[in-house]
Design a binder for this molecule. Structure first.
Ligand code: ATP
Ligand code: MG
Length: 611
């Protein structure tokens, strides 16, 4: 391809809103243009790289037996109402009406569409397992689109959905998807960190996210210094840092060593820090109690305090009942924070928020700041596991300006439920090996997920087993964002001058830069280009009438892996200059050897990345 015949509007200046390298470089290299906030058009150069990523993903999906289909992007709102996500998805869901007033959504993801498709076709267990995928446009009305195509409103996702007769079959495909993802990212030249991820609210039983380390990443990852444990903070666990000795003592009735519960005056002390000063103790001896409101609680709380008369609904005939809204008290050691995603997973709630002050006052009978588990009867109490290790604690006494001290778990208070809801932090101990955990910021490129029965049940999908008995299939879903993957490749592979594409995602493999595209130089360049193209190598020939410096800068900016420079002087000696982008030195090579050498190098790099 000749530069003059394509459309690559490179730029020297950087758009004002571009704060990350990939955004700046995709814009400057003429790969993308912005239409509106979160909406980007890919120009020819950008689309070529995009297609490379798409092909890699397609090949790896095909290789594990997932079948590509092409469903629609506009989907009937009815399906989303059936699954309950018409409302649960909130404002990220773009809803539209057609001329007859019927509701539609612009797909932000496609569990509903695929599940309904399978529902209509599935009869027998013989049709399972079935894995289908699409590579298709998604729209999410993100509150704050940013970082270019990293977080757009419209983007392309590969999303696969699989259907199975049981856990074993689901696990098998889930593992195959995980292996395919690792291969995809390797082929793209990306260093990804697979982490354990939250699967709670969706009702799933396993989930892994593929992260790239990134300063702008909005995920916190916890990694072990000693083993390969890695988890999103939304899922991360750690070893409990208390000795369970006292619980054993309590069980044996050996409570005499613990002083009796004592109510104390704590005038004008509200924060934990003030209280610790006042009582000359540390936050580790304090039980912090927070009142939460949870929405769409799937956990059975009918026997819990205060829950008998809560409003419930059934999303579908086959689905379990869901409590519309319920309040909970969550108690945790004073030096720790509650992780709301972990808590939501425990409650199987779709949404979670701190209760309003007025609700806290109603539930605890005291102003905000004096909640505690001792004597709290209005709502179910969830104790973080750390609290079950506290036998001489300070906590709110459900009365203004009063606290308890010497509060002991098992003696002065118990729980409706104990669970791990703490936010794990750097320095905590690995749950697997006890090693030290550290933190990284990550950006999510892909997510694989055992969904279980959530959608197949809500949408009433059934199949008959070999005895003619009806069952609901279990399901998995597997997504990768193409735009974000592409931008992440640039994040990992660039320098001050521009992009440094791995061959696998490069828009062209080789750029030929004639110092002046005329006469003998023109002829040689055309001949080399023809030679390379014959070998299956993708060539961009910079035939523009520009200064050599401008062409070199653009070649660096576009990041094309191999550059051939042809000028009169070298050609006279039968040579051209070849250089791998990212390497400092060019080398002189014979005209005929250049094409062969580069073709071999390109093929070797492609082979190595897909091994
Ligand atoms: P995030 O937490 O970053 O919003 P998500 O959890 O909403 O991501 P999924 O629903 O799992 O993402 O979607 C699968 C993939 O789609 C993501 O891993 C990401 O690569 C991509 N993706 C999601 N939202 C966007 C977006 N707004 N712009 C570009 N890609 C996106
Ligand atoms: Mg999102």
């Amino acid at each position: 391809m000749k530069f003059s015949q394509t459309f690559i509007p490179t730029l020297r200046e950087v758009p004002g809103d571009a704060v990350i390298a990939s955004h700046r470089l995709m814009f400057r290299a003429g790969m993308i243009r912005k239409l509106a906030n979160g909406l980007f058009a890919y120009l020819p150069l950008g689309l070529r790289s995009f297609r490379k990523v798409e092909t890699i993903i397609r090949e790896e999906m095909d290789a594990i037996g997932s079948l590509e289909i092409k469903p629609t992007v506009v989907v009937p709102g009815e399906l989303w109402k059936e699954s309950g996500r018409w409302t649960a998805m909130g404002d990220a869901l773009l809803r539209v009406k057609n001329r007859l007033g019927a509701d539609f959504v612009i797909s932000p993801t496609a569990e509903e569409a695929f599940t309904s498709l399978v529902r209509d076709e599935l009869n027998s267990y013989r049709q399972l397992p079935l894995s289908l995928y699409q590579i298709n446009t998604k729209y999410r009305d993100e509150i704050r689109p940013r970082y270019g195509v990293m977080r757009g409103r419209e983007f392309v996702m590969k999303d696969a959905y699989s259907f199975h007769t049981g856990d074993e079959s689901l696990d098998e495909h889930y593992q195959a998807q995980g292996r395919a993802y690792r291969k995809i990212f390797k082929r793209c030249g990306l260093t990804v960190i697979p982490v354990k991820a939250d699967s709670g609210a969706m009702g799933g039983s396993g989930s892994e996210e593929f992260m790239v380390e990134s300063e702008i990443g909005d995920n916190t990852l916890l990694l072990c210094k000693a083993c390969d444990y890695a988890a999103n903070v939304e899922k991360a666990e750690c070893k409990l840092d208390y000795s369970p000795r006292f619980t054993v003592e309590l069980a044996r009735g050996a409570v005499s060593s613990i002083p009796p519960l004592e109510k104390i005056d704590t005038p004008e002390v509200k924060t934990i820090a003030e209280l610790c000063d006042f009582l000359e103790t540390g936050p580790k001896n304090f039980i912090k109690t927070l009142i939460y409101k949870a929405v769409n609680v799937e956990l059975d709380i009918s026997a819990a305090p205060g829950c008998a008369s809560l409003a419930k609904h059934k999303p579908s005939a086959a689905a379990p009942e869901v409590y519309d809204e319920a309040f909970f008290a969550v108690a945790i050691r004073g030096d720790l924070d509650v992780n709301e995603t972990k808590l939501a997973a425990v409650l199987k709630a779709s949404e979670l928020m701190l209760a309003a002050d007025s609700d806290v006052e109603r539930i605890t009978g005291a102003p905000v700041g004096f909640a505690g588990p001792v004597g709290l009867a209005a709502v179910p109490i969830i104790l973080d596991n750390t609290v079950t290790g506290m036998n001489d604690a300070v906590t709110g006494a459900l009365e203004k300006d009063k606290h308890y001290r010497h509060a002991a778990y098992g003696r002065d208070f118990t729980a409706w439920l104990t669970a791990d809801v703490r936010t794990v932090k750097a320095g905590d101990r690995c749950p697997v090996c006890g090693g030290e955990l550290y933190e990284k910021k990550g950006n999510e490129l892909g997510h694989i997920f055992k969904l279980g029965y959530k959608y197949t049940r809500a949408l009433n999908v059934n199949y008959l087993d070999e005895n003619g008995k009806s069952h609901i299939p279990t399901m998995g879903c597997y997504g990768i964002g193409l735009d974000r993957t592409l931008a992440s490749i640039i994040e990992e592979h660039h320098d001050d001058a521009g992009i440094i594409w791995p061959v696998s995602a490069a828009p062209y493999h080789v750029i030929i830069v004639p110092i002046k595209y005329q006469g003998a130089v023109l002829e040689s360049c055309d001949a080399i280009a023809a030679e390379l193209e014959k070998a299956g190598i993708e060539v961009l020939l910079d035939d523009r009438d520009e200064r050599a410096g401008v062409k070199f800068n653009d070649a660096d900016l576009m990041g094309i892996p191999w550059r051939i420079v042809a000028g009169d002087k070298n050609l006279a000696a039968g040579k051209v200059e070849i250089k791998r982008r990212g390497e400092a030195e060019a080398k002189l090579t014979g005209i005929t050897a250049a094409a062969a050498e580069i073709a071999a190098a390109v093929k070797a790099e492609l082979a190595a990345s897909s091994r």
